[in-house]
Design a protein around this ligand. Sequence first.
Ligand code: CO
Length: 137
Amino acid sequence: MIGWLNHIAIAVPDLAAATAKYRDLLGAMVSEPQALPEHGVTVVFVDTGNSKVELLEPLGADSPIARFLDNNPEGGMHHICFEVADIHAAARRLVSAGARILGDGLPKIGAHGRPVLFLHPKDFNGTLIELEEVTEA
Ligand code: CO
């Protein structure tokens, strides 16, 4: 059901410092920072050619990654995102198998303007998994 690894998201306390590490130490292609107020994050995309790393810095008072950074002050891997061709079909299959979707269980429009949902980390070995609908997946 899942297709390509779309991205790995890393929460960071200092986006400029994290971006500089990827650009200058690791020699990676990095984007300009993008503020996404509706998602409570500012993001920089690291292009690895076959996939992406997203560096996420909290934006605003109720950022969804604020508590994660409270528990992991130096940052850390926050979630991984796989592409699916049909997110509603994926959701039905997962729920019928007993997996839990975070929130109200319905796909939301994610940071790339496409429908996404998040699966409960306790159902997937302690890893928060995002599914993103990519119609060409
Ligand atoms: Co993501």
